[in-house]
Design a protein around this ligand. Structure first.
Ligand SMILES: *[C@@H]1O[C@H](CO)[C@@H](O)[C@H](O)[C@H]1NC(C)=O
Ligand SMILES: *[C@@H]1O[C@H](CO)[C@@H](O)[C@H](O)[C@H]1NC(C)=O
Length: 176
């Protein structure tokens, strides 16, 4: 091979390496989603979606406090109204773990996106919800399906409270 040919081969190799690099980085670029959804927690039987399953105040929400253990299967809806389209479920559990019983629950929870949503998968969270602060932040533990390898956080705000239940707005900041 002449020097010119060697140069051309090197150039082609360099170009395909660069393309492969570029292709690789395009394929593996993290996707980002910022989603807003509404979690509806119902407390009035027979539609309750949350249960004081063990500890203080078992079966009586007026008496929950330090040591209560709650289990929930809340609705995820597109909006704050009861009639807003259903997107999935927020399932999980958590204790009230501050001694004064005023800081809400320390939850472990999975958002399960169902048929009504454009996603197929779950995102799991850990953190504190339902205390006196107007907003709280939850950490993403991970995801499945469309959300495999998810990282990020959620900001949770209480938008409606009544004896019948509570509506929370969750804003998710995800990359996966
Ligand atoms: C999501 O929100 C973050 C923080 O506000 C912002 O930096 C990012 O660009 C947003 N991503 C999308 C896809 O909207
Ligand atoms: C949802 O994802 C799972 C795997 O993560 C797959 O088995 C299932 O077929 C998917 N369902 C739909 C409706 O795409």
């Amino acid at each position: 091979m002449s020097n010119q040919q060697v140069g051309a081969v090197a150039l082609v190799a360099l170009a395909s390496w660069a393309l492969a690099k570029l292709g690789y980085s395009l394929v593996s670029a993290p996707k980002e989603s910022n989603l807003t959804l509404y979690v509806h927690e119902m407390r009035a039987p027979p539609d309750s979606t949350v249960l004081a399953a063990a500890g203080t105040g078992q079966n009586d929400f007026t008496k929950i406090g330090f040591g209560s253990f709650l289990v929930f299967d809340n609705e995820i809806r597109d909006g704050p109204e009861r009639t807003s389209p259903l997107l999935g479920r927020q399932r999980g559990y958590g204790p009230i773990s501050d001694l004064q019983g005023k800081q809400g629950i320390q939850l472990t929870s999975t958002l399960v996106f169902g048929r009504g949503s454009s996603y197929n998968g779950t995102v799991s969270f850990q953190g504190n919800v339902g205390g006196p602060e107007p907003t709280t932040e939850l950490a993403v533990l991970g995801g499945t399906g469309d959300f495999r390898g998810a990282k990020g956080y959620a900001i949770v705000e209480t938008v409606k409270t009544s004896p019948l239940g509570v509506v929370f707005r969750w804003t998710l900041y995800l990359s996966y």
